[in-house]
Design a protein around this ligand. Sequence first.
Ligand SMILES: C[S@@+](CC[C@H](N)C(=O)[O-])C[C@H]1O[C@@H](n2cnc3c(N)ncnc32)[C@H](O)[C@@H]1O
Length: 255
Amino acid sequence: MRKLLVIGIGAGNPDFMTVQAIDALNKADVFFVFDKGEPKGDLVRLRKDVCERFIRDRPYRFVSIEDPVRDPLPHGYKQGVRDWHRERALRLASQIAAEIDEDGCGAFLVWGDPSLYDSTLRLLDILRTDTSLAFDHDVIPGISAVQVLAARHRLVLNTIGGTVAVTTGRELAEHGFPGDADSIVVMLDRGDGLRAALREDVDIYWGAYLGTPNEILLSGRLRDIIDDIEQIRACEKDRHGWIMDTYLLRRTRAG
Ligand SMILES: C[S@@+](CC[C@H](N)C(=O)[O-])C[C@H]1O[C@@H](n2cnc3c(N)ncnc32)[C@H](O)[C@@H]1O
């Protein structure tokens, strides 16, 4: 039976590869990547660098799949994402069938950890339920941007016995702070989450391009440093063509 490996490669630094991830790399004949076009081509290059560095004397190839365009909100955000996943899954199914022998092994190199804001496992669920493609799959965990953020700021994510919520900039902007959490990790923010967070008195621990040579860290009371963060975000996005940042918000009174 075809084997598919979903390998977490860590967020931003090839040194985050675990021994288990390196072993998994060395089993795959084919690596599938969704081509999102430049400027995110940087991220495809980083995956190729990981393979060059860690694969020992065995042949492998990359198969690029053109990423379908995501229709902006015809039926609401979540339905839009579901439709997009389905389209991606169908493109993937035909490539897997064409590129992997019945007893071959393919892999996906997932940025950070596959369990957090990544669609690869959902796509495989769709393939299993909606197509006749037979395969078995394993997941290899990776170091997520959240862990790197905490390490760089030398932080414990939770207060003593407290709740940590992980959410997106969009959710924060639309629904405010989640329930009883006094520590909120925010990912996938286009900037509106940060502005929305000003509704509360919070400290922020912010990190961009974590783990990479371009890493930037800032921390302090959000209302005091939001202008600096926004300015840095805009400049760096212009410079690199993309930005990835993650931050922890903590209610200022929380211990
Ligand atoms: C599609 S999600 C992928 C998350 C990934 N699976 C993980 O475990 O970190 C992309 C978001 O992750 C965060 N992220 C990923 N890599 C990052 C990095 N090197 N520095 C800062 N944030 C990062 C950002 O919030 C970005 O918008």
